[in-house]
Design a protein around this ligand. Sequence first.
Ligand SMILES: Cc1cc2nc3c(=O)[nH]c(=O)nc-3n(C[C@H](O)[C@H](O)[C@H](O)COP(=O)(O)OP(=O)(O)OC[C@H]3O[C@@H](n4cnc5c(N)ncnc54)[C@H](O)[C@@H]3O)c2cc1C
Length: 426
Amino acid sequence: MRVSFKNSSAAKPSVSSVIDLTSQDGFSPGSPGTEAGPRLVLRCRSVSDVVQAMAYAAETGARIVPRGGGHCFVNRCPADGIVVELSGLDRITVDDTGVATIGAGARLGAVYAALHGEGRTIPAGCGDTVGIAGLTLGGGIGILGRQYGLTCDRLVGAQVVLADRSVVECGEHRESELFWALRGAGGGQFGIVTELRFATVPEPSVCRIEGHWPAPQNLVPAWQDWAPDAPDGLTANLTVQTGRTTLFGASTLPPAETEELLRELTARAGVLYAIDLRLDVPYSMVKPTFSVLDPVGGSRRVRSEFFSRTLSDRTTSQLLDQLTGNRRLAFTAMGGAYHRVAEEATAFAHRGERFLLEQVGDPGDPWVDEAWRAAHAEGSGRVYPNFPDLALEDPARAYHADNYPRLAALKNRYDPLRVFDFPQAL
Ligand SMILES: Cc1cc2nc3c(=O)[nH]c(=O)nc-3n(C[C@H](O)[C@H](O)[C@H](O)COP(=O)(O)OP(=O)(O)OC[C@H]3O[C@@H](n4cnc5c(N)ncnc54)[C@H](O)[C@@H]3O)c2cc1C
């Protein structure tokens, strides 16, 4: 089936139109988008839809951008571009060996729920509506990650429509270089992934951790010295904003050991033990409860960096002194299983880092840049590919470190004509 607009009210669309490729007559215009949106959204429900969408883009010379959960921090589709929308490819199955096959349009909430039904799970992120594809292709950090690694570390195979519109399967022994690149280089670089296969783990019952204090006091330095070195089974992240410092996470360790470790943190920080532990919660049920801890609504600007050492007292004070209004610092613990994969074993190059720090603020707030610069003086210069930052001076180095030359060579091999391109692409 060819994509054609001649019988459709969407003919020559100038603003975003949604064309459903699998509707009865081949296309059915959906709701119009905004002036700023892409020219066209092609909604796909099968691999052949994706191939057709790419053929249409090639015919028209339009830039094409895949969309999974649509949560990318930056808009990678130009106003005259075409979005290949994959939410219809959302099938999730688990075989007898525990391998889950997940359509690239599935979102995390649905993934956790489906795997829970089989008593299985994968280490992945918190946002229910985040897409499994975008998350996995850039790495995938979450509260089981210190125990089981990045989401991409559980990937065992994928189906991809390449720039030349061929459909390939990749894995450790097939298209192994492509498989290497898909694990952490970031989305939208090599092709459109249509299906992902993961080696799942048994879903644990966890102890949910939530603590609140009115001021950060010494929690920020104490957390940095403690959280990345905690046993793998415990992940506790820290957010700091005006009048509220929050510790949240989960532990697969026995409750007494979990409490002992948390008491070690509060003792180091010299704060009261104000931590609530909820025992025996299925991992899949814990994740959505953390979204209510994020009180800053609306659009936000995020800058971030990995750190391999504790921030100096001077920098910590500088960051905390300016924390007013909607400004927020978010510390995510690394270490554990994240470190047990060599930096060159997958495209995700940031294996030796102790924590990730995000500066979050209102879009026009100059503090985001100021705070980022202050912290950057002590940072590793490495940035998580899933937290793209258009202000970076050397994005290739920041996102990919020493894996960049190999990734650049693979980009030339798999997409020599740069069918997939965006600012800061390989
Ligand atoms: C509310 C929220 C919570 C988050 N929580 C976490 C978290 O806990 N842990 C974490 O690690 N990250 C987290 N993130 C960051 C998240 O990992 C990235 O934003 C990720 O890129 C989102 O993927 P997506 O599919 O939703 O977005 P999209 O915008 O659809 O995709 C992101 C990128 O991947 C490309 N892409 C999407 N689908 C495909 C495909 N099928 N084939 C090839 N390329 C594709 C897109 O073109 C784009 O470049 C969060 C983000 C938000 C907004």
